[in-house]
Write a protein that binds this ligand. Structure first.
Ligand code: PLP
Length: 413
């Protein structure tokens, strides 16, 4: 059973889908929101809302203070300084910002090599690929050689002598749930700019970019109990100081004349226009909720649920499960039931059992092609994905396993 506190904090958990209690297993797409976050939004809009960094009136000062305190709290969370924390609309924008700004500032140049893993979400794949076509830098891929898309250490080491300018890699795969050995990246690529996509990792494990030696870290608050429309880009100060802004406009400038402009200091030079003030401030409540719960206990609980789900799902014949199937797999179980399209599986799980799982290619088409190579079924270029978070229980896993068994049974009649 869920602790009463958690149950009360997440009103969505009381929802019924076709008369069944909802079993929300789609947190890798976005998490449910606790009351504290929603309450903060209302409270902020009614009592502290004004534009930030502009006016001197009381309300504006209150809003700016809350906004900058939020930045400080994220800086502390990541072991960084506030100037290194850029608020964006999400991971996608954070990564686009890094790529485009590296190019505009000439740090990433024609003929340089960018290494991208084939585990990536399109957000950390398409920008690098597409801009290589337009700007002429070289791109090479870190291919996972292990079981169903599992990245092995040798897959990284293979590229060690290529001296890439940039290495772009996820911390945890949104398809297989594999946790990448991010602590090893700096050793393997001592001279490269390393960009870590933390969209799936940070909600489970607050790695500190400076400690592990990565230059950029991007993540989205909506995947860790916060509102949509808020992302964080951590960027190493020395790099960001040299970088040209991504967006131009208000707040990011120092002086504007008819000849040219000079830019504001960090982090403001990367935050043009009115930011998503209220959602950013409410994100602090999400971070606090997780900190109070304790990231260690969040991690441990999800670890248990993942291992239980893997063990039980593996017992069902005709179910193919992707990823390493060992302790490297965290929070995510992607699978297919032989002969049944994942959209059908997901639809029946929803309609008959109230289970919300994601089906599709999970914005990771290059990885889907790799899964297809090892698949023993007629792989549909997509999977069903169950993902767990803080509010899930063993009971949820049991309902999922029973649901999958039933779907299989009904289709084999
Ligand atoms: N990277 C990974 C690993 C993801 O799982 C996601 C979203 O699912 C993203 C990037 C993109 O995040 P957002 O849509 O919040 O920008």
């Amino acid at each position: 059973m869920l602790s009463t506190g958690l149950y009360e904090d997440f009103p969505t958990l009381k929802m019924k889908i076709n008369g069944k209690r909802i079993v929300y297993l789609d947190s890798a797409a976005t998490t449910l929101k606790p009351k504290q976050v929603v309450k903060k939004l209302e409270e902020f809009y009614y009592n502290s809302y004004a534009n930030v960094h502009r006016a001197v009136h009381t309300l504006a000062v209150r809003a700016t203070t809350e906004f900058e305190e939020t930045r400080e709290e994220f800086a502390e969370f990541l072991g960084a300084s506030p100037e290194e924390i850029i608020f964006t609309s999400g991971t996608t924008m954070a990564i686009n910002l890094a790529v485009v700004s590296l190019l505009r500032s000439g740090i990433l140049k024609e003929d340089d090599l960018v290494l991208v893993s084939l585990l990536e979400h399109h957000a950390n794949f398409v920008p690098w690929l597409r801009l290589s076509k337009l700007h002429g830098y070289r791109i090479d891929f870190i291919r996972p050689s292990g079981r169903f898309g599992t990245l092995e250490m040798d897959d990284l080491l293979k590229h060690r002598d290529k001296n890439p300018k940039v290495v772009a890699i996820t911390g945890l795969s949104n398809v297989t749930g594999q946790r990448i050995p991010v602590e090893e990246l700096r050793n393997v690529f001592p001279n490269s700019i390393i960009l870590l996509d933390g969209a799936q990792l940070i909600p489970h494990e607050p790695v500190k970019p400076k400690e592990i030696g990565v230059d950029f870290l991007a993540f989205s608050l909506h995947k860790m109990l916060g509102p949509t429309g808020v992302g964080v880009l951590y960027g190493k100060r020395e790099l960001m100081e040299q970088m040209e802004p991504f967006l131009y406009g208000g707040e990011m400038i120092d002086r504007v004349s008819l000849e040219d402009v000079t830019f504001n200091e960090l982090p403001y030079k990367f935050e043009a226009g009115t930011p998503n003030i209220a959602d950013i401030v409410a994100s602090r409540e999400a971070l606090r909720y997780l900190k109070e719960t304790g990231f260690d206990s969040v991690h441990e609980k999800i670890e248990q649920l993942t291992q239980m789900a893997l063990k039980e799902m593996m017992k069902i014949g005709g179910v193919e499960i992707y990823g390493p199937l060992d302790e490297r797999q965290h929070g995510i179980v992607s699978f297919n039931v032989k002969g049944i399209h994942p959209h059908d599986v997901a639809h029946i799980l929803d309609q008959e059992f109230g289970i919300a799982v994601r089906s599709g290619h999970h914005c990771a088409q290059p990885l889907m092609s790799i899964l297809k190579e090892q698949s023993q079924i007629d792989f549909p270029n997509s999977t069903c994905r169950a993902s767990f978070y803080i509010y899930n229980t063993e009971e949820d896993v049991k309902i999922l396993v029973e649901g999958v068994k039933k779907v299989k049974e009904w289709f084999s009649r």
